[in-house]
Design a protein around this ligand. Structure first.
Ligand code: SF4
Length: 325
């Protein structure tokens, strides 16, 4: 595996109004080089915090993140700078991701300058990066400012900036959620194409199962800071095992990147993260909840191609997909 993530205890605690919230808790997974993984869940489920920890943009209070064998907590100086070059974030809102006073040329030149790329090479690298993300006639954009671009054009610029130093690991945090529906598919196609051409290891954070299905071969479903289900995306969509995943799949009957959401068939939203339920964090919305669910936190278990954290799958050998409640 290229990336190993383990969060026990109070890892990734965020400060709430007056107490610490465990943004991610009891979470562990590996990601192989070139793998494309969707982090799926509702707002506040911890997926963005986890993405930021994978990039060492947010401090963990326990556990470990290991990238190519190196513990991110121990990286300092040159090793940290090298990691920052290899691992990049694509932001959710392209207009928040750039300096509005910078031209597109200056926006893309900044990481090259920070990495010590000689000025004579920069223009060529900038044009190549804009061509990579299929911005038509890139030279025409260089002297423009962000407000002179559409959201879709600017998100391609943001992608170009993330890719200009040729990283091998990218975290994309809801990269099309702020864009008009009509341009989402184009930006997603660019993301998929670039990922494949550069053999990127990619984490795609989204609340939208249809988008994750379009982009990622593997999906990790999160709820209130914990992993509910982890496995091949197509298996999860065709036969979701965890009750929460079933609700997510039922809300998107015909997944497609342009489709709007149906409501989740599990009623009200997630509970207050400051006051999570005992036992299984999903239990107060779960139609299959039973006495044990209040008393014990379910441990993720291998069930066929998936890892599932639910007491319905706790029997020896775990129930085979298709034969569960
Ligand atoms: Fe539902 Fe219990 Fe499974 Fe949690 S452990 S998802 S409450 S059945």
């Amino acid at each position: 595996a290229q990336l190993h993530f383990r969060a026990g205890g109070a890892l990734a605690a965020m400060r709430g109004k007056s107490r610490l919230i465990k943004a991610v808790d009891g979470v562990s997974f590996d990601i192989c080089r070139g793998e494309s993984v969707g982090l799926l869940g509702e707002s506040g489920c911890g997926k963005t915090s986890m993405g930021r920890m994978l990039l060492k943009l947010e401090e963990a209070t326990g556990g470990a993140v290991t990238f190519d064998g190196a513990d991110l907590n121990t990286l300092r100086g040159e090793a940290l700078r090298a990691f920052r070059t290899r691992a990049q974030l694509i932001f959710q809102n392209p207009f928040d991701a750039v300096n509005p006073r910078f031209t597109i040329r200056a926006t893309l030149a900044e990481p090259l300058e920070n990495a010590g790329v000689p000025p004579a090479e920069r223009e060529q690298r900038i044009i190549a990066a804009l061509e990579l993300v299929r911005l038509p006639n890139p030279a025409e954009f260089l002297d423009r400012h962000p407000h002179q671009l559409s959201g879709g054009q600017l998100q391609r610029v943001v992608m170009a900036r993330a890719l200009i130093l040729q990283p091998d690991f990218v975290v994309a945090d809801e990269p099309v959620s702020m864009l008009d529906v009509s341009v989402r598919a184009g930006v997603l196609n660019v993301f998929r194409d670039v990922r494949d051409r550069l053999n990127l290891t990619a984490i795609y954070i989204s609340h939208d199962l249809a988008l994750v299905r379009y982009v990622c071969e593997r999906t990790i479903v999160m709820y209130l800071g914990r992993i509910m289900e982890d496995g091949p995306t197509e298996d999860i969509v065709r036969e979701p095992l965890h009750p929460y995943t079933r609700a997510l799949v039922a809300a998107v009957p015909v997944p497609h990147p342009d489709q709007d959401h149906a409501p989740l068939p599990i009623g009200r939203g997630a509970p207050d993260p400051l006051n999570p339920p005992s036992g299984c964090v999903f239990r107060d919305r779960c139609p299959k909840a039973h006495a044990r669910c209040a008393a014990e936190i379910p441990v993720p278990r291998q069930v066929g191609t998936r890892r599932v954290a639910c007491h319905l799958y706790d029997e020896a050998g775990a129930a085979a997909p298709g034969k569960t409640a």
